[in-house]
Design a protein around this ligand. Structure first.
Ligand code: IMP
Length: 423
């Protein structure tokens, strides 16, 4: 059976967690394939909000198996806290959660290195979540990393010590003022590793091949967004993994030919957290309104997100890179009350009009060209059927579908599972 993919098409925070949760009843397995606790997937149901960082967003459904794939990086300390938060929900996570032996571990010293690296960059900092993501992937590609499967070896702590010592000397190389107590961090880390070891470790690629043979329905859950992809994003202001469709193949061991539907998730406007170019960013009251109404604060770091109009040039690029087969538009309700709306349809780039994302996307090279749309006043949050959506919103949706040549199958009108309109 084919494996479906669900991906963010912007700079993350599109609302992937909510949609995975909504779709989980159609799937037997939900599999995370990249990223780590830099992600914050928010789910709302029964009046309660849940934020997941490493655990896949199908965890609140009784029957789904949630798989943490080889492409993910795991911080045992954060993972343990996530598990503790599940306790009131009586989830038998030893059954519902399985972890790839090939997933890499984020060590306390990876977090220190992340902090030291960012501090040393000054104004040029990436705006990292400081969860140790970059340094952990560096150790992975540098062939120095420690994997979940290593925890089953008798000598893994020796390997740990060597790597942690090396990291400490690297931290001092950065020559920044970083206060830390590694002994304390290690006590917490080793306790958390013991909890992690109570979970079922699997050879996840074999597990997924067998599941496919057995006709199980699998959904691969992406984290971050396409414009944060290490290859296709706005480098160097990106994360350190492939957030795009290809990442699902390398992060789970599934073959490209076995990919079925590709769900592309985007917000009806655009946000970005951290540094880096953002052509349609707003610095006025409209941007402030989007941030306030949309509650645009990072689920992981609490930082306020930068807001701007929808950028179709960037969105088209993300659809192409991922081979998106259907779109899901989130947070349409946040745009209620704007007299008029803008959508960027092209860029003026060094005097020329272009329709693709150029290599140099910084503000000094790129000026967005907008098409204006009529706004709507109606509150969408109680609407449950697309036939009652305001006309200007339908015109907005029709325009996007025509421009992108991909159907928009879902319009989300609020954070709750129930506030989801299927078209
Ligand atoms: P890192 O992945 O923590 O190193 O952060 C690199 C960049 O990606 C920073 O600009 C972060 O703000 C951004 N980023 C990482 N994860 C997420 C996410 O889940 N949502 C939105 N932005 C993210």
């Amino acid at each position: 059976m084919a494996v479906d993919l669900l991906l963010g098409l912007q700079w993350g925070d599109e609302g992937k967690g909510k949609i995975v949760d909504v779709l989980t009843s159609n799937y037997n397995i939900i599999a995370r394939f990249q990223g780590g606790p830099n992600a914050g997937h928010t789910l709302v149901f029964n009046g309660m909000k849940h934020v997941l960082h490493t655990i896949p967003s199908g965890i609140f459904h009784e029957k789904a198996i949630n798989l943490v794939g080889n492409g993910v990086v795991i911080d045992p300390v954060i993972f343990k806290k996530e598990l503790e938060k599940l306790a009131p929900h009586n989830i038998d996570y030893k059954k519902a959660l399985v972890v790839s032996r090939k997933a890499h571990l984020i060590l306390p010293t990876h977090r220190l290195l992340d902090a030291a690296s960012e501090a040393s960059k000054g104004k040029a900092k990436i705006g990292s979540t400081l969860k140790g993501i970059g340094p952990t992937y560096m150790d992975k590609t540098g062939r120095n990393g420690i994997r979940v499967g290593d925890l089953e070896l008798d000598n893994w702590k020796e390997k740990y010590r060597l790597l942690a010592n090396k990291h400490e000397s690297m931290v001092s190389f950065y020559n920044v003022d970083l206060q830390y107590n590694l002994e304390e961090l290690e006590v917490e880390f080793f306790e958390a590793v013991d909890v992690l070891k109570t979970l079922k470790f699997i050879d996840s690629e074999e597990y997924l091949h067998q599941a496919q043979k057995d006709g199980k329905a699998i959904l691969a859950e992406g984290a971050q967004g396409s414009l944060l992809d290490i290859d296709f994003g706005t480098y160097p202001f990106v994360t350190s993994s492939n957030t795009t469709a290809a990442g699902a193949c390398t992060g789970l061991g599934i073959a490209p030919g076995s990919i079925g539907k590709v769900f592309g998730i985007f917000k009806a406007y655009t946000t970005r957290v951290g540094s880096g170019p953002f052509p349609t960013e707003l610095f006025d009251e409209d941007g402030e309104t989007m941030g306030r109404v949309g509650n645009e604060f990072g689920a992981t770091t609490g930082r306020s997100r930068r807001c701007g109009w929808l950028d179709l040039v960037a969105l088209r690029y993300a659809c192409q890179v991922n081979g998106v087969t259907q779109l899901m538009m989130m947070k349409a309700d946040v745009l209620s009350g704007f007299k008029s709306l803008k959508v960027c349809t092209a860029y003026r780039y060094r005097g020329e009009i272009i329709h693709h994302l150029p290599y140099n996307v910084e503000a000094k090279n790129v000026t967005p060209i907008y098409t204006d749309f009529e706004g709507w006043a109606e509150d969408l949050t109680e609407m449950n059927n697309d036939s009652i959506l305001p006309k200007p919103l339908n015109a907005y949706i029709d325009f996007l579908e025509k421009e992108l040549e991909i159907p928009i199958k879902v319009v989300s009108v609020g954070p709750d599972r129930k506030q989801t309109i299927f078209r």
